[in-house]
Ligand binder design. Structure first.
Ligand code: ZN
Length: 258
């Protein structure tokens, strides 16, 4: 295969590294069937403007019903999705003590469901919903389930204001605690492994740059080019669900022989 040399080099870098940090984006969940909701090309948007109109902080406040109508089919897909071999490979790498932290731009909870523990969700997640007025936070499960069954938009029990999944919409700040922890991890990394992110969305996309500035090596597994390709030590342009398990296999002690 054309990626053999790159995979081999990647395995070499992984075996030399002491503090590996992964950064994942929408591309790691597309093999699980989840479209990239932040991309105008995802098929979720007829026009690029619709994205800002509906899935922005401003759009949500103006018309939460339009947001929830848009969310419904996506939510169904996300709730039914299963972790794929790329998610599982990263969970194994952590279980073997080689991966110290996993920074993700995804909100779909698939890393946690695959068994990853130290996950920093810098674009939020659908585990909780938050009141936009009093900032009361509750577990999302029952409220979203009720929404899917009855179409009732979740409202705050304390102040009756509309609630929103705890995901970062366009025009919103990233969660400070997760972002700070992600920056600390990026600075501590001696190897950053980017999987399924085009590194276009700032400031999460800037994290590999932070790692590079501190002398880290860089592996990028992504179909599309990224602005850091020329500074990467290894570039693998392949399906993450195939490439990541190959990269991780030598480090997994009890790998099932399938
Ligand atoms: Zn409230």
């Amino acid at each position: 295969m054309k990626d053999d040399l790159q995979i081999e080099r990647g395995i070499e870098l992984l075996s030399e590294a002491r503090h590996v940090v992964a950064l994942t984006g929408a591309g790691i969940s597309t093999p699980s069937g989840i479209p990239d909701y932040r991309s105008p090309k995802s098929g979720l948007w007829e026009r690029a403007e619709d994205m800002l109109e509906v899935a922005s902080s401003y759009g949500f406040r103006r018309n939460p019903r339009a947001f929830y109508d848009w969310l419904r089919p996506l939510l169904r897909i996300v709730l039914d999705a299963q972790p794929n071999p790329a998610h599982l490979a990263l969970a194994q790498l952590e279980a073997e003590g080689r991966l110290k932290a996993l920074i993700t731009q995804n909100i779909d909870l698939l890393h946690g469901r695959a068994g990853s523990r130290n996950v920093l969700e810098v674009h939020g997640h659908i585990r909780e919903i938050v009141c936009l007025a009093c900032h009361h936070i509750i577990p999302a499960g029952p409220a979203l389930e009720q929404f899917m069954n009855s179409n009732a938009i979740p409202h705050c029990q304390r102040c009756h204001h509309v609630m929103k999944p705890n995901v970062v919409l366009f025009g919103e700040l990233l969660p400070m605690a997760a972002m700070k922890a992600a920056q600390t991890q990026a600075r501590s990394a001696d190897l950053m492994l980017v999987a399924g992110s085009s590194l276009e969305v700032a400031p999460a996309g800037d994290l590999p740059e932070l790692a590079l500035r501190n002398g880290a090596r860089l592996i990028i597994i992504n179909y599309m080019e990224t602005h850091l390709d020329r500074r990467a030590d290894v570039i693998i342009r392949a399906d993450v669900a195939e490439a990541l398990p190959r990269l991780v296999r030598p480090f997994v002690s009890s790998s099932p022989t399938k």
